[in-house]
Design a protein around this ligand. Structure first.
Ligand SMILES: Cc1cc2nc3c(=O)[nH]c(=O)nc-3n(C[C@H](O)[C@H](O)[C@H](O)COP(=O)(O)OP(=O)(O)OC[C@H]3O[C@@H](n4cnc5c(N)ncnc54)[C@H](O)[C@@H]3O)c2cc1C
Length: 402
């Protein structure tokens, strides 16, 4: 595996790093001191304009729809750079859940769906959300689903209750997972359907309070009640009954984006931790950095971030060379490994900052709250560990080792 970063990518990453430092990190104090995401939108819109002028908009999205068309390995580096600020991906037009929705619309959308939903989504004119998880049933086993989409003439009529439909507040449409074929095999019962959020019966109940914050707009996680929500059958995305097949397509590259974003977060809090250790006088003439336990944390964190980064780049390379299906174990491994490294690095950075780490005077407490979910969404740690172990154990069937 060649780790050389091309000249083109080095230039792009330098431009992004400088932009994040100069234009985005200074905005953080605003949302840390209580501004809602929607109150920040005018400023973010201005930043998006600059990104478009710099021709860095939508780095991972297809050129024909206005993106840069970077490949997975290239976008992994971009995602790391943008991950240093919680506003990075949004301002560059490659934020989840839109990024995943764009991928599946590109792969499975009809021409009409692409013009109506994909093109304005890549352009950043609208936002979207992904509505799979239900309140009363386990998201870890989504074949257990209650939401139904029943055919009625030329329409589907959707009923069900979802939550954690991230960024539903202000989104133009949701991609909803609902049972359309209850008589089929459990993995072939569910379909993806595009539901414009202004459809009667699409009811946003609330933004769920998460770790003390309900958030709003892009920063919200919606609870949605679908009540006789009627959409035309042409809003079916991909073949009927194929939601789980499509969802798998969405998760492979998506996990690379997330994991590299988490590495970016690690890099940011690692910098803050080292600078605090260097500058904090803990006894006359002694800084925190002179204490061996802090040195050990710094050494361990550096090694763990490096290991995590190598694993993600390797998984991205596997996806590009042998495909996401063959790289399933690598994708599962990075999902739980990197999420845990990130949690540990954030926790240690917070600890090194002492009382200051608990405040919102630095970004660390925000990341501590908001990134805990990484060990739960896109498959909880335990689910990924089990699936890796199952594959490994299968490879030992009938095998003798001396
Ligand atoms: C910040 C955040 C954003 C999210 N965004 C979205 C979104 O945009 N769209 C969407 O549809 N959903 C979203 N989700 C929901 C997410 O996908 C689910 O929370 C996740 O799939 C877990 O499902 P659950 O919450 O129902 O937990 P459950 O399935 O009830 O699992 C609870 C816990 O049980 C354990 N567990 C589960 N299965 C096993 C097993 N087989 N063996 C051992 N232990 C197990 C795990 O520790 C797990 O955390 C989001 C969640 C979070 C936290």
């Amino acid at each position: 595996m060649d780790f050389t970063v091309s000249e083109k990518m080095q230039t792009i990453i330098t431009m992004i790093d400088e932009f994040v430092d100069r234009e985005l990190i200074p905005l953080e104090s605003e949302f840390l001191s209580g501004k809602s995401f929607s109150e920040m939108l005018p400023a973010l819109k201005e930043k998006r304009k600059i990104v478009k002028q710099m021709e860095l908009w939508a780095p991972n999205h297809p050129k024909e729809y206005g993106g840069m068309g970077l490949n997975l390995m290239e976008h992994a580096l971009v995602s790391e750079s943008l991950g240093r600020c919680p506003l990075g991906h949004y301002v560059f037009g490659c934020q989840a859940p839109d990024a995943g929705n764009i991928e599946i619309l590109d792969l499975y959308g009809t021409d009409e769906q692409k013009e109506k939903y994909l093109r304005p989504l890549v352009a950043g004119k609208i936002r979207s959300c992904f509505s799979m998880t239900e309140v009363d049933l386990p998201g870890s086993n989504p074949v257990m689903m209650d939401t139904t989409a029943v055919k009625d003439g030329d329409d589907y009529v959707i009923n069900g209750q979802k939550w954690y439909t991230s960024s539903s507040d202000g989104a133009a449409f949701a991609i909803v997972m609902a049972i359309t074929n209850p008589e089929a095999h459990p993995y072939l019962q569910t379909s993806m359907i595009i539901v414009p959020t202004d459809t009667p019966g699409f009811n946003q109940v609330r933004n769920i309070p998460v770790m003390g914050e309900a958030g709003d707009d892009y920063f919200g996680h919606g609870e949605i009640l679908y009540q006789s929500c009627r959409v035309p059958r042409k809003n079916l995305l991909g073949p009927e009954g194929h939601a789980f097949v499509i969802a798998q397509e969405r998760l492979g590259p998506g996990r690379i984006h997330h994991c590299m974003r988490w590495i970016g977060i690690c890099n940011r809090v690692f910098d803050l931790m080292c600078i605090r250790a260097r500058d904090r006088i803990i006894a006359p003439g002694k800084t925190l950095s002179t204490k061996q336990i802090i040195q050990a944390w710094i050494g361990e964190c550096a090694a763990e971030i490096q290991a995590a980064r190598m694993m993600v780049l390797h998984a991205a390379w596997q996806i590009e060379t042998v495909g996401a299906k063959m790289a399933r174990s690598e994708i599962s491994m990075i999902k739980f490994f990197v999420a845990n490294v990130m949690q540990k690095v954030i926790d240690r950075a917070l600890q090194v900052h002492g009382g200051l780490g608990m405040t919102d005077d630095t970004i660390i407490a925000f990341l501590y709250r908001h990134e805990r979910g990484a060990r739960i969404y896109d498959g909880a740690d335990e689910v990924h560990k089990i699936s890796v172990a199952r594959r490994i154990l299968k490879s030992y069937e009938g095998k003798q080792v001396k």
